[in-house]
Design a binder for this molecule. Structure first.
Ligand SMILES: *Cc1c(COP(=O)(O)O)cnc(C)c1O
Length: 421
């Protein structure tokens, strides 16, 4: 029985995983075209990208912007979210989802998730709707669409706006439609770790012309399509994407289809093998999810069936074997900023931010059990580029789990402090 790398043995894998991001002749040709043109900003490439991306996600309008964080903030403000409003969202997300709500002067209200999927639980969301609820912002975590039908129905029934943080949703489809077909707005990220990227970049999709126009105006210095260039109607700012970024993204969009199919194939292959391990659970199949972008390959771990080996100890052992495994997002409502802003007031704050001393919502006694379990104990992630590897490489992942399982007693004996409480 070979010794675990974490105990001084030879790792299963020293070869690197597929490089990310990737570019080729198409990106180079597109960028060169921009550089040789006299139009480096908000021109034909941006226009082409917005149209192509909206079409790709079955939305009517595309509004590009600098990044996924600003895409969310623009969407919220353009949807009319402001001071005193509540926005119900998930605590199992990247900080941008929540900081955008705060920066729109609204109050994030956290609902719990469904541990099996990592996505927001519609029942818990509905129970938290109040007269102050202006919007609900679900996140398609790791590209897995949320229960879209439920949220759309909830929006109509309670007259609240649904804004989807689709930062991981490039290409994800729900019951025959791209996820961009739903909600008031969908927001996407093209940051460097994401499945299509220009280093930075973002997109807002909308299906209503007025909503699209408002988001466009806010993202472009408050201009109007009907006004003059130096005529400003809204208190917006410059959040525009450059032509160079759009040129790269157009090439990335062309790559995405083949890459997504490859990720789906790899995820299905891994699911088949890793689900054979006791205590390792893959995402349940859902026939309504026609396509998942697989921004992250996600698993759940039950330490009790691994003799109490903590997730942290398992992850460390896998990492030492050469596997890119992590535990994912820490719990968002425990981020230092919430307590700090309550106690000391902010060191830096947008001009209109109301969250000064004592005014930050108090989440210190909030407990959402499913989100806390997935975040703190059971969730395992591998980054999307892992899924671009060949099957022989994916086998290393299976072998690494097998190796840890076989060496469980040695590992527990060597790291008794790492075992679960
Ligand atoms: C990446 C990400 C964002 C923010 O996107 P940026 O382009 O990095 O600003 C927002 N929400 C989620 C869920 C993300 O993963």
């Amino acid at each position: 029985m070979p010794k675990l790398a974490v105990l001084g043995g030879k790792p299963i894998r020293t070869k690197p995983w597929p490089k990310w991001p990737v570019a080729g002749p198409q990106e180079e040709r597109n960028v060169k075209e921009v550089l040789e043109s006299d139009r480096w900003f908000y021109g034909p490439k941006v226009h082409e990208l917005e149209e192509a991306y909206a079409k790709f996600q079955d939305a009517t309008f595309g509004i590009s912007c600098v990044n996924g964080t600003m895409a969310i903030e623009i969407a919220l403000v353009a949807a009319g979210v402001g001071a005193g409003d509540e926005v119900i969202t998930t605590p199992y997300t990247f900080m941008a989802t929540v900081s955008s709500i705060l920066r729109a002067n609204a109050v994030p209200v956290f609902a719990d998730i469904i541990e099996e999927t990592g996505n927001l639980d519609p029942d818990d969301v509905e129970s938290k709707i109040t007269p102050q609820t202006k919007a609900i912002m679900p996140v398609h975590v790791a590209g897995l669409p949320v229960e879209i039908d439920r949220f759309e129905e909830m929006g109509r029934k309670h007259n609240v706006t649904i804004v989807y943080d689709a930062a991981h949703g490039w290409g994800s489809r729900w019951k025959g439609q791209g996820v961009g077909a739903f909600g008031a707005y969908n927001t996407y990220s093209f940051q460097a770790s994401k499945n299509m990227t220009a280093g930075e970049g973002g997109m807002i999709l909308a299906n209503d012309e007025d909503l699209a126009e408002t988001a466009r105006s806010y993202s472009n210095c408050g201009r109007s399509s009907k006004g003059a260039w130096y005529e400003h109607f809204l208190l917006g700012a410059n959040f525009r994407l450059s032509e160079v970024h759009a040129a790269i993204l157009l090439a990335q969009l062309e790559r995405l289809e083949a890459q997504t199919l490859k990720r789906m194939e790899s995820a299905a292959w891994l699911n088949g093998r890793l689900s054979k391990f006791e205590g390792i659970t893959t995402t349940p199949d859902d026939p309504r999810v026609e396509r998942r972008s697989w921004h992250l390959y996600t698993l759940r771990y039950d330490a009790a069936t691994w003799k109490g080996l903590s997730r942290g100890a398992l992850l460390k052992a896998l990492q030492k074997e050469g596997i890119l495994a992590s535990g994912g997002w820490p719990m968002i409502y425990r981020m230092p900023l919430f307590a700090t802003y309550r106690q000391e007031g902010p060191k830096a704050c947008p001009v209109s931010c109301p969250y000064h001393k004592g005014e930050m919502p108090d989440y210190s006694s909030l407990h959402l059990p499913a989100a806390e379990r997935l975040s703190g104990q059971t969730g395992i992630w591998m980054p999307q580029q892992t899924l671009l590897a060949d099957q022989a490489d994916l086998q290393d992942i299976v072998d690494a789990f097998e190796k840890v399982r076989e060496n469980l007693d040695d590992l527990l004996a060597a790291q008794p402090e790492k075992a679960a409480k």
